[in-house]
Design a binder for this molecule. Structure first.
Ligand SMILES: NC(=O)c1ccc[n+]([C@@H]2O[C@H](COP(=O)([O-])OP(=O)(O)OC[C@H]3O[C@@H](n4cnc5c(N)ncnc54)[C@H](OP(=O)(O)O)[C@@H]3O)[C@@H](O)[C@H]2O)c1
Length: 246
């Protein structure tokens, strides 16, 4: 398996803590033989986490705040000079909003800051990295989304009346829409773009006791979308490799 993906270059955003999904994704990609740019908001976070994974393979730390245009372009420029292509972009970074936050009363500046990261930051990553992904013979973008942005998810979806933060839910619904628009634009190229919900994942304290699953389990569905074959789907929304209702 590792040989199959050797030489592939991946970038993962929002790898800020060892218990996060981004860290588990990086570990899984390295185990498959890929070269990985592990990115976090600060170089201290990225260096510490890349150091912890360095025995697994080629992992390079970068500080990339996805809301910062200059940092994103610098990352692209470095990858261009070093590899001349990017095979996999995993947009894992997101800003969450408070449980119970309501549409009627949320401070709009706070809501905008969520969309600035989760929607526009991810959009920026896609725009800036697309020319490099088109240089790959199997470019893949995975937008890590959430059932919270789905109309059909029975547990966390928009119509369930649950208390998921409104701006977070709206940002993920918009991210799903962006995924479709971008993926259809790229249909003539080798780039496939899908949204993936990782499922309820224990990336926070007490998560396992609440029934959330370990990050390594949730990372599998993301790696699946990142390694789709040429006849695999694009413009879809998945969890664990199975379609999820929009
Ligand atoms: N855990 C779940 O049950 C669950 C369910 C559905 C979807 N998801 C999605 O899975 C992804 C990973 O979530 P997680 O559970 O691992 O939680 P998380 O720790 O909150 O991960 C989000 C990461 O994004 C980073 N980030 C925030 N703003 C950023 C920015 N401007 N630039 C770059 N990075 C930024 C955070 O960095 P800091 O550490 O510096 O704050 C953090 O490392 C997210 O997209 C989340 O929406 C998670």
């Amino acid at each position: 398996m590792a040989e199959q993906f050797e030489g592939r270059v991946a970038l993962v955003t929002g790898v800020g803590k060892p218990t996060g999904l981004g860290y588990a994704i990086c570990e899984a990609l390295l185990t498959q033989g890929m070269s990985v740019y592990l990115t976090a908001r600060t170089s201290a976070q990225a260096e510490a986490l890349a150091g912890a994974l360095s025995a697994k393979g080629w992992v390079h730390p970068l500080s990339v705040d996805i809301a910062d245009d200059r940092q994103v372009r610098e990352a692209a420029s470095l990858i261009e000079k070093t590899h001349g292509k990017l095979d996999i972009l995993i947009n894992n970074a997101a800003k969450t909003s408070a449980y119970g936050e309501t549409a009627a009363e949320v401070d709009l500046a706070a809501a905008q800051s969520v969309l600035d990261v989760t929607l526009f930051g991810t959009w920026r990553m896609c725009q800036v990295m697309l020319p490099l992904l088109r240089q790959s013979d199997a470019g893949r973008i995975v937008n890590v989304s959430s059932g919270a942005g789905s109309h059909g998810d029975p547990a966390f979806g928009l119509t369930t009346g649950n208390q998921m933060g409104t701006s977070y839910a709206v940002s993920k619904a918009a991210l799903n829409a962006l995924t479709v628009k971008l993926a259809l634009e790229e249909e003539g190229s080798s780039v496939k773009i899908n949204a993936v919900c990782p499922g309820f994942t224990a990336t926070f304290e007490g998560g396992l006791d609440m029934g959330a699953r370990p990050p390594a389990e949730s990372a599998k569905g993301i790696v699946w979308a990142a390694t789709l074959p040429a006849d695999g789907p694009t413009a879809g929304f998945f969890r664990d490799g199975a379609p999820l209702a929009w």
